[in-house]
Ligand binder design. Structure first.
Ligand code: GRF
Length: 203
């Protein structure tokens, strides 16, 4: 069995970034990585359906009912029992605690729908970065893959891709373009690169 980095993806919503990772795995782009687990804090996340279709193990931990601390304890148990090498936050809408991100130091990455340090930090999720970009009148926005630390969107930047803002853009049309032309491209490439590095360093 070829040595591959074991990847867990944490999701909360549509799962289009997870789908990009699944497609990258199927096309061979992920080469040294294998998505072995998808965790969601919401049982209605369509991302779970995408994982199930591919036979990827899924797990729903209801953070609302049990609170963040219990959610994170359960996540640690599941993640550590499966020897996960890399955790990818893909449309994951919870803020993780300092303890949790420090416990997995430099093992968690996130995709943010703006060019950090613009339009990021507390409260900038979903459409909000795109609303802010349009309000500010920027001509270019994009997406960023970064390591997760205790500061929201504050970790070391891994990859970025710029996307033009078009005349007449709405937050929705801009979000779609950023996903299609940036997020779904740079996230799989970044995961593939990190998985190669993980496998190389332990060989
Ligand atoms: C998207 O706005 C994406 O930019 C952000 O989370 C939202 C949902 O992503 N990361 P997904 O479709 O669930 O991957």
């Amino acid at each position: 069995m070829a040595d591959k980095a074991r990847v867990a993806v944490m999701v909360s919503s549509e799962g289009t970034n997870l789908q990009a990772l699944i497609d990258a795995q199927k096309s061979g782009l992920l080469e040294k990585g294998e998505i072995v687990l998808v965790i969601s804090n919401r049982e209605d996340a369509y991302a779970l359906e995408r994982a199930r279709k591919e036979g990827i193990e899924t797990c729903v931990i209801n953070a609302k009912a049990n609170g963040r601390e219990a959610f994170e304890e359960e996540c640690k148990k599941i993640i550590d029992a499966r020897n996960i090498d890399l955790i990818v936050l893909a449309g994951f809408l919870m803020i993780l605690s300092k303890d949790f991100v420090n416990y997995y130091d430099h093992k968690i990455i996130n995709i943010h729908p703006a060019l950090i340090p613009s339009f990021c930090g507390d409260g900038f999720y979903g459409l909000k970065p795109h609303i802010a970009a349009l309000e500010r009148g920027v001509k270019v926005t994009g997406a960023t893959v970064h390591f997760v630390n205790e500061i929201a969107d504050g970790g070391e930047i891994i990859a970025q891709k710029a996307v033009s803002v078009e005349e007449g853009d709405t937050p929705e049309t801009l979000q779609r373009r950023v996903m299609e032309q940036a997020e779904w491209l740079i996230l799989p490439v970044a995961v593939a690169k990190l998985c190669r590095k993980i496998v190389k360093e332990r060989s």
